[in-house]
Design a protein around this ligand. Structure first.
Ligand code: DX5
Ligand code: ZN
Length: 225
């Protein structure tokens, strides 16, 4: 067992019923979610289009949970600080989308949010080795970004371990988040590997009772807290 950790559950609203978004967010808050994961897709970096700044702005004014904006867009450096201004407390950008990560991550931090770097399933850990020095968190994609409800790619567990090792070797205060296909069957494994922030969409909003689904995910990690 690892030492005491702060495991956070971040429901992805991509899987929510958008006509009842306010209610659904209240339910996950009651269940103990501590972050809201907000997926931004542009139809270029990923083959899907979701929500953007106006939705984030109105969400930020109605929830007390910090919002984690996951930018699945090309040229994220052009927009990242606008997401902070719209109310995101965490903003992550894909290493595959940004040749100027140092500038983008630094600008997110200067704007007052935590900065995250994201890797796709086939992107090697070496691609973010240097960026770790400038990031507050790393988001490991455990599905190919673009859609909720996909199957967990199990090789992601070893990748999390390798990133955890790099962080420890360099004694960095960088947290690891995971996103894609997480449910009760694999949550313990990823936490054991070193994940501290768990994104879950369909396992929460696809369940009959979203509040209870968050509680169950939290309970599954309780031995690690
Ligand atoms: C996928 C998104 C995820 C997605 C996760 O591109 O980044 O945040 O909502 O959904 P599940 O938990 O259903 O895989
Ligand atoms: Zn996401």
């Amino acid at each position: 067992m690892q030492s005491s950790k702060n495991i956070e559950i971040a429901p992805s609203i991509l899987a929510a019923d958008f006509s009842r978004l306010g209610e659904q967010i209240e339910a996950v808050e009651r269940g103990g979610a501590s972050i809201l994961h907000f997926d931004v897709m542009d139809g270029h970096f990923v083959p899907n289009i979701t929500v953007g700044l106006p939705v984030l702005k109105s969400l930020a004014s109605t929830t007390r949970l910090p919002i984690d904006a996951h930018l699945m867009i090309t040229e994220p450096g052009r927009y990242a600080t606008q997401f902070v201004e719209a109310g995101a407390s965490m903003v992550s950008v894909h290493v595959e989308a940004d040749p100027h990560l140092h500038r983008t991550l630094t600008s997110i931090k200067s704007a007052g949010a935590q900065a995250g770097v994201v890797l796709n399933p086939a992107t090697p850990v070496s691609a973010i080795e240097e960026a770790l020095l400038f990031a507050d968190y790393v988001l490991v994609m455990s599905v190919n970004p673009g859609f909720g409800g996909q199957k967990f790619i199990r090789e992601s567990v070893a990748k999390v371990r390798r990133i955890r090792q790099l962080i420890q070797e360099q004694q960095l205060a960088v947290r690891i988040e995971i996103d894609g296909g997480i449910d009760r069957s694999n949550i313990e494994t990823v936490v054991e590997a070193g994940v501290e922030i768990i994104v879950a969409g369909s396992a929460i909003f696809g369940a009959a009772d979203a509040e209870n689904a968050v509680k169950e995910l939290r309970n599954a990690t309780i031995q690690w807290v």
